[in-house]
Design a protein around this ligand. Structure first.
Ligand SMILES: Cc1cc2nc3c(=O)[nH]c(=O)nc-3n(C[C@H](O)[C@H](O)[C@H](O)COP(=O)(O)O)c2cc1C
Length: 147
């Protein structure tokens, strides 16, 4: 039997600072490692960031998510990694992206404004759903625009 599909949503504190070119180089290196490794172990997902925060969705077999997430959590380019959701799901939200990059131009308040205020498990779960839905919308808009 194939392993059930799982979805992880987390956010973290972005520690990548400096001039725009060096931020771009760091993000490019994260994306190229992500795309190479994720494609090899059946993961898909999306990454978004602003000056303060990274948010990422990873979806695929649970064991591949766990292995990858252990590496990600040790990465010194971010800290304070907070899991918002880790759930079994029926289908992928980003089936054609080994790691979709949704850019950095998002309004942090709109997307992350509620997180600081949330505390309990249920609230975190809701934030996970919300961030996942927002990232799906951005990815679909990007796809439509570039089609
Ligand atoms: C915010 C963030 C997201 C990342 N996402 C992934 C990912 O989806 N897949 C991955 O393999 N590495 C990801 N990385 C990079 C890993 O931490 C690690 O550097 C990389 O997996 C090492 O790969 P390599 O040994 O093939 O060079 C991410 C790093 C950061 C800071």
């Amino acid at each position: 039997m194939t392993e059930p599909l799982c979805r992880l949503v987390y956010y973290s504190r972005n520690l990548v600072v400096g001039p725009d070119e060096s931020i771009k180089a760091e993000v490019d290196s994260i994306l190229s490692a992500s795309r190479r490794n994720n494609a090899a172990c059946g993961l898909t997902g999306a990454l978004i960031f602003n000056r303060g925060v990274f948010a990422q969705v990873l979806e695929g077999p649970r064991s591949a998510i766990e292995r990858t997430f252990e590496r990600i959590q040790r990465d010194p380019r971010h800290s304070d990694v907070q899991v918002l959701a880790l759930d079994a799901v029926d289908q992928r939200g980003f089936p054609s992206w080994s790691m979709a990059f949704l850019g950095r131009s998002l309004d942090g308040e709109t997307m992350f404004g509620h997180i600081a205020a949330s505390s309990g498990f249920d609230e975190k779960r809701l934030e996970g759903e919300r961030i996942y839905e927002i990232m799906r919308l951005i990815a679909l808009e990007d796809e439509t625009r570039s089609a």
